[in-house]
Design a protein. Structure first.
Length: 280
């Protein structure tokens, strides 16, 4: 069953993490993201896609201005700001009040995004990148999705023990900055420096990660990823069935938030999974 957490947001009602799964819809405003690069990288397209996701039941809109796919190029701070800040402004200007997360590892981008109306920092470096990131989160009272990404892993690494150790360092950084435990949501980082067997071992053993960190919410992000494509030998736009399978299994194993491209299909699958565990 699911642990329960109240996650305060700086400008909106708190998130309630528990038996009801939350959907984080992906809004990439990049030209080169692995699945949807270039599809939403102007204001009209971005706002339209956000509205579509809201109609489909999204809970959080995750905006990213730099791809982290293998081989992607680093984006300068100002270029990333030029991509994401106008989109946040446009969404808030259009009357969209849903929580927004900013997918960035750059403290200045996080700072400016929160000032523009974002609520959550989604950090692929799990607060172990630039040290100012935790300070930005503490300054605004923003929660952080702290993703696991350890580039020193190899095929012999035991995933869950190594991940528990990694997140201990993340939480030490968070504690030093004055962040509460409720403000740190853990993300296993599926696909990031992990072998195919390791990805599925992590999914299978998510209850062990929940048991190690029962005071934290858990985000599962497997949507259209290579762990599905390599297993099924298919392309990103063919990976919805595999994504749904991982979403449901992630929920059954304690996940709270699900970062996905296809909101409606994953929402329906999660409603059925929730009804199975807790009753319709």
């Amino acid at each position: 069953m699911h642990t329960t957490h109240i996650v305060p947001l700086p400008q909106r009602p708190a998130l309630e993490l528990g038996p009801r799964p939350l959907i984080m819809g992906i809004l990439n405003v990049t030209p080169d993201s692995f699945s949807d690069g270039g599809l939403h990288n102007n204001l009209d397209l971005a706002v339209a896609h956000a509205r579509t996701m809201l109609e489909q039941g999204v809970d959080i809109i995750d905006i990213g201005g730099e791809s982290t796919r293998p081989g992607s190029e680093t984006v300068a701070v100002q270029e990333e700001l030029d991509r994401v800040i106008p989109v946040i402004d446009a969404l808030r200007g259009a009357g969209i009040v849903a929580p927004i997360s900013i997918d960035t590892y750059k403290p200045l981008v996080a700072d400016q995004a929160i000032q523009a109306g974002a609520d959550i920092i989604n950090d692929v470096y799990g607060l172990q990148g630039p040290p100012e990131m935790a300070q930005v989160a503490a300054l605004y009272g923003a929660p952080v999705v702290a993703m696991h990404w350890d580039k020193t892993w190899d095929a012999l690494t035991l995933p869950i023990p190594a991940m528990v150790e990694y997140f201990a360092k993340t939480l030490a950084v968070a504690d030093a900055a004055g962040l509460s435990r409720a403000q740190v949501i853990l993300d296993p980082g599926f696909g990031f420096a992990k072998t195919l067997p390791q990805n599925y071992q992590i999914l299978r053993q998510l209850p062990d990660l929940v048991a190690a960190y029962p005071d934290h919410g858990l985000l599962v992000g497997t949507s259209r990823k290579s762990m599905i494509g390599r297993l099924l030998d298919n392309q990103p736009d063919e990976r919805l069935p595999g994504t749904i399978a991982t979403t449901v299994q992630g929920y059954e194993r304690g996940g709270h938030i699900f970062r996905v491209h296809d909101v409606a299909a994953n929402r329906d699958a999660l409603r059925v999974a929730q009804a199975t565990l807790y009753g319709p």
